[in-house]
Design a protein around this ligand. Structure first.
Ligand code: NAD
Length: 434
């Protein structure tokens, strides 16, 4: 079967390399020639575990191009382009519209079009409408929604061994067609390319066949719920702090209840990335569009806005006025295991430090190039955690990279830990954010 994946970002590349591993012939299509060139040389344009090996060992059935005419060969097209949402909660579907335009110009023969983008309820129908309006007969294609739930840093593992698959189509026949494409994953019926994988998932993978609108809402409701869990535990943590109670211990106790579960209960500096903030804003926007004020979700974002600022306040309370003082910021990626800095809380911390006229000294093992693009020469860059720390009296830990757990790095320093990275050290002045 010939598959084309439009958009070779974090989701698209993962989808392309995994489907090619399952034996499908896959072409990744992206309109960024620089990215395509790297991929053609089997060099990953992003950092993600296993990606480089998967690109190198592609079995000869994976290719990349920026020429949309390849769509003519595709029996199935996955769309994985950006769907940004403004701070005010307004979504931008122009990338999807342009992908739909390419599809309408080039598809030939009956084509299954699968929208993997996180987009407001009704978008999958809209994709179909754009293609029809461009002159393609509805009998030539069908559009389904298949929201993606992979997590950056474990994207390939998540794609091949998911907790669930959601398929939104207008008819049972359409849904079954897409289910068939996922059947090796649903039945876990392939030699694991990652032998050390110890993922605990049920087989067959739970698969929900539903309407496109329900599938779209499941994705938003899931991400906004995870964001809510984080802001909830951060709020509890802020209260715990004042009572001298360890919020991590509280979270452990809560997580023992299977109705609550321990995941996403790590109190700290808050959530960032390209999904949780954006998707929560979009759900708020969707509520407002129909005249509903989503008070709980607005509070989730409000708590999250304040957490990074608390870190800087704590630093001030320990070392006094920060003006002209160097402050080490460890971590720029929104989480460990990725080079992605989209909506990273580390950036909010750096912005706040600059407002206080401090001199941030930043280190990240994977994301420094992206920090440079954002901050230029307004901040100082370090080549290692040690190099950053040595210059500063105060250290802020904003991403939980494994190398930051080395307690010998911090002798004699004030450390404000936004990710519960350290424990059991008394040679330093150490505080967790909550
Ligand atoms: N990143 C995640 O962890 C994640 C997880 C689940 C769902 N999603 C959703 O998946 C979608 C893609 O997210 P992402 O993080 O992979 O985005 P991304 O920004 O990393 O990648 C998008 C890619 O699409 C390309 N592109 C844009 N318009 C195009 C067009 N018309 N034709 C061809 N290529 C085009 C861009 O050049 C880019 O390489 C979004 O809707 C996002 O919300 C993301």
């Amino acid at each position: 079967m010939n598959i084309c994946v439009i958009g070779c970002g974090y989701v698209g590349i993962t989808c392309a390399v995994c489907f090619s591993r399952l034996g499908y012939r896959v072409v990744g299509l992206d309109n960024d020639p620089g990215k395509v060139k790297l991929l053609q040389q089997k060099k990953p344009p992003i950092y993600e575990q296993y990606l480089e090996e998967f690109l190198v060992q592609d079995g000869g059935n994976l290719s990349f191009t920026y020429d949309p005419s390849v769509l003519a060969e595709a029996e199935v097209v996955f769309i994985t382009v950006p769907t940004p949402v403004s701070i005010e909660g307004n979504w931008d579907l122009s990338y999807l519209e342009s992908a739909a335009h390419s599809i309408s110009e080039h598809i030939s023969g009956h084509t299954l079009i699968v929208n993997k983008c996180t987009a407001p309820v009704g978008t999958t129908e809209k994709v179909g409408q754009w293609i029809t309006e461009a002159g393609v007969s509805p009998s030539e294609f069908e559009v389904l929604s298949n929201p993606e739930f992979l997590r950056q840093s474990t994207a390939i593992l998540d794609f091949l061994h998911p907790y669930r698959i959601i398929i939104g189509g207008h008819s049972q026949e359409q849904r079954e067609r897409l289910r068939h494409i996922f059947s090796p994953i649903i039945n876990q019926d392939f030699p694991s390319p990652i032998p050390e994988c110890s993922w605990q998932i049920s087989t067959p993978v739970p698969t929900l066949l539903t309407t496109p609108r329900t599938a779209e809402m499941i994705k938003y409701a899931s991400n906004a719920f995870l964001a809510t869990k984080i802001s909830y535990i951060n709020e509890v943590g802020n209260i715990c702090r004042e009572y001298g109670v360890d919020v991590n211990e509280v979270a452990r106790g809560m997580g023992l209840d299977s109705r609550i579960s321990p995941s996403f209960l790590e109190a700290g500096v808050g959530f960032g990335g390209s999904c949780l903030p954006k998707d929560t804003r979009a759900l708020i926007g969707m509520g407002k569009t129909v005249g509903y004020q989503p008070k709980l979700l607005e509070a989730v974002l409000e708590v999250n806005r304040e957490q990074p600022l608390k870190m800087v306040k704590l630093a001030e309370s320990r070392v006094g006025d920060l003006a002209h003082k160097k402050v080490a910021v460890l971590g720029a990626a929104f989480k460990a295991g990725t080079d992605d800095t989209r909506e990273s809380v580390a950036f909010t911390v750096v912005d706040e430090l600059l407002t206080k006229k401090a001199l941030p000294v930043i280190y990240d093992p994977m994301a420094l190039e992206k920090v440079r693009q954002r901050f230029g020469d307004t901040i100082i860059y370090a080549g290692s955690a040690r190099e950053a720390i040595i210059q500063c009296d105060c250290v802020l830990i904003t991403t939980a990279w494994e190398e930051f757990r080395d307690t010998t790095l911090y002798d004699g320093k004030v450390v404000i830990d936004g990710r519960s990275t350290l424990s059991g050290i008394d040679s330093i002045e150490y505080e967790r954010i909550c």
